[in-house]
Design a protein around this ligand. Structure first.
Ligand SMILES: [Zn+2]
Length: 197
């Protein structure tokens, strides 16, 4: 029996987070209605991402060249590092256009119950960047939820040993939320209103 080619795409799309069967069907028929060029571009973008994406060896952002475009941009303020949990958080903060410093992605947040200890995150790498000297301020922009707060308080403690300013983004963000989904105005305000730890 021939595989139903629509079902094949639907099955694959339902593996994506937040995509139920109904949405997957709608997307599949939409893709079918796209021009050949558009549909190919979409398929190629997925292949490219898997083939070329790597972590920046400095900040652990997702990039196709190492160091990433942010770490290698000499116009950025190299004295400030904004610490986030995931590469997608960088996209959210960059959209606000108010932060001109560098980033550091932890690739997760502390969660002792799930075995996520400090050694599992890119904390050692953050400390070695701070040790190198140029950094004057670390802004902790982990999510305003239990894991994010735990991570922020751990970072505050370990960063005490260094002669730098440590700040936390303000609580304009709803508690328990994810900065990835914050709107630009809220995120801008929470960065501007950051408080020293
Ligand atoms: Zn980088």
């Amino acid at each position: 029996m021939a595989i139903n080619i629509i079902d094949e795409l639907v099955d694959n799309l339902t593996k994506l987070p937040g995509i139920g069967r109904k949405t997957a069907q709608r997307l599949s028929f939409f893709i079918l209605s796209m021009s050949d060029t558009e549909a190919k571009r979409l398929a190629e973008a997925i292949i490219n991402l898997k083939e070329k994406a790597l972590f920046c060896s400095i900040c652990f952002n997702i990039t196709d060249k190492d160091p990433c475009h942010i770490c290698s941009d000499n116009l950025r303020d190299r004295k400030t590092i904004c610490v986030v949990e995931e590469p997608s958080n960088i996209v959210a903060i960059e959209r606000t256009k108010i932060f001109k410093g560098l980033y550091h992605v932890l690739l997760g947040a502390l969660s002792p119950s799930e075995g996520i200890t400090p050694e599992r995150l890119k904390i050692k790498e953050l400390l070695s960047r701070v040790t190198e000297g140029e950094i004057q301020e670390v802004i902790i922009a982990t999510n305003p939820n239990t894991k994010g707060e735990l991570t922020a308080s751990y970072l505050k403690d370990v960063l005490k040993a260094y002669n730098i300013k440590v700040s936390r983004i303000a609580y304009g963000l709803p508690i328990g939320s994810d900065i990835e989904f914050a709107d630009e105005v809220t995120l801008s305000k929470s960065l501007e209103g950051r408080r020293a730890l």
